[in-house]
Write a protein that binds this ligand. Structure first.
Ligand code: PLP
Length: 410
């Protein structure tokens, strides 16, 4: 059970974990190409650090290279690896519905890396187990899928294609999937990596993954499904009962979640989760100087980032997180009621905190003034509002009043 801890206990666990690491201070650690943070620049000031477990971890500078849910990994920083494993377990099991001990994972640099890691694994799987040529493998996802998937295709020398969405629902249809798949099949593609979205970047839209399963199964094609929940992972499972994009659905093989978005963790806290047995496809056996070698894309990474995610999860607990999302849902509902009353067109998935307004209802200057993000900086069709912790009703009210009183609503 994911239960919250008080601040005293959180501090105690982190300092205990740091003690269990073979820290650089006062120990005979002669062979690592690293040390604690430069003390002329980052003074290890006890008055400050003794009450600041995250900053203390930054200063102690543990390296979390590798994947610590696997059997073997670097022994030097085992103390803080334990907390990373706990954070990964909570994400996989308590949030994404996986069975106990059924997933591997790690704290990646972000959503881009976690998506790349998944796609890299599936490309290698199709190549190694099916003798697939790279040009016989394609990534598919709806047209609002994050651009990191295009980056992955470019890096991994595989194909990338989008599936058309219906602008009124932002969803795909079987026919649209069929169109994309048929075109790719004509180009010789036989293996598909589906990226399904749990809240897209611009619209917060959520894919009906069963449509992909139906379309690809009907055509007797081989495919794997990765869920991009970089934004939605810390939101949607708490605002909706829908489990089709979690590990409760046996078709879902891996998930990206970003703690540095909805969970307000520092940047560098993407979460990569995958069912056990799959990390081997990203295993770099040539990493011979690393204990357990390396099955991640990134290599060296800060243990402080993993500690930050663990601290956030432990501060809230499952019920606290539900409450946090409940408040954001209420604020988003409030905004949507006002937009409806003023006949302003927008898109919102009812379980999301992203509200995307049609650009004809706003002037460019107003969007800029309120920091609204366009879908396309050169020719905006939409502007989004994301109801984060700092976006309160008063801010939304001021935005709406300005929009209406200045008669910016066309
Ligand atoms: C749905 C989705 N996936 C992936 C990413 C990439 O995340 P990052 O910028 O952390 O690499 C984003 C970023 O906005 C996103 O919204």
């Amino acid at each position: 059970m994911w239960k919250k801890l008080n601040q005293h206990r959180i501090k105690e666990r982190i300092f205990d974990a740091l003690q269990k690491n073979r820290g650089f201070r006062g120990e005979n650690v002669l062979g690592l190409p690293a040390s604690f943070l430069d003390s002329k620049v980052f003074s290890p000031d006890h008055a400050l650090l003794d009450n600041a477990p995250f900053l203390s971890t930054m200063v102690e500078n543990p390296n979390h290279i590798g994947c610590h849910t696997l059997d073997q990994s670097e022994a030097y920083f085992e103390g803080t690896h334990v907390l990373e494993r706990e954070a990964v377990r909570i994400c996989a099991e308590e949030i994404m519905g996986a069975e106990a001990n059924s997933c591997d994972g790690y704290v990646a640099s972000g959503g881009t890396e976690a998506n790349l890691q998944a796609i890299w694994i599936y490309r290698n799987y199709f190549h190694r187990d099916f003798n697939a040529e790279y040009n016989e493998i394609a990534i598919i996802g709806n047209e609002h899928t994050h651009y990191s998937t295009a980056k992955a295709a470019n890096l991994l020398h595989i194909k990338w294609a989008t599936v058309k969405t219906d602008p009124s629902t932002m969803g795909v249809s079987i026919e649209a999937i069929d169109d994309t798949v048929a075109r790719l099949e004509k180009e010789g593609v036989k293996y598909f990596i589906v990226v399904a979205n749990m809240m897209t970047t611009m619209f917060g839209s959520v894919d009906d993954v069963n449509l992909y399963v139906e379309a690809l199964t009907e055509r007797n094609l081989t495919f794997k499904i990765h869920v991009d929940a970089a934004f939605g992972g810390f939101y949607y499972p708490f605002s909706s009962e829908d489990t089709q994009l979690t590990f409760e659905n046996p078709r879902i093989n891996s998930i990206t979640m970003d703690a540095h978005k909805m969970a307000q963790a520092p940047y560098g806290t993407g979460i990569f989760l995958i069912r056990k047995g799959w990390m081997q496809y990203a295993h770099t056996k040539e990493a011979i100087y690393v204990e357990g070698q390396d099955s991640t894309l990134i290599g060296s990474r800060s243990g402080a980032n993993a500690i930050a995610v663990w601290m956030i999860l432990m501060t809230y607990g499952k019920f606290g997180w539900h409450e946090k999302i409940f408040v954001l849902q209420k604020r988003t509902d409030w905004l949507c009621e006002k937009l409806d009353a003023n006949k302003i067109n927008y898109f919102r998935n009812p379980s999301s905190n992203i509200v995307t307004i049609e650009s004809s209802f706003l002037m460019k200057e107003q969007a800029a003034k309120f920091g609204l993000v366009p879908d396309n900086h050169d020719a905006p069709n939409w502007y989004k509002i994301v109801i984060m912790e700092h976006v309160e009703i008063e801010h939304l009210e001021f935005f709406l009043d300005t929009m209406i009183s200045e008669k910016l609503v066309s």
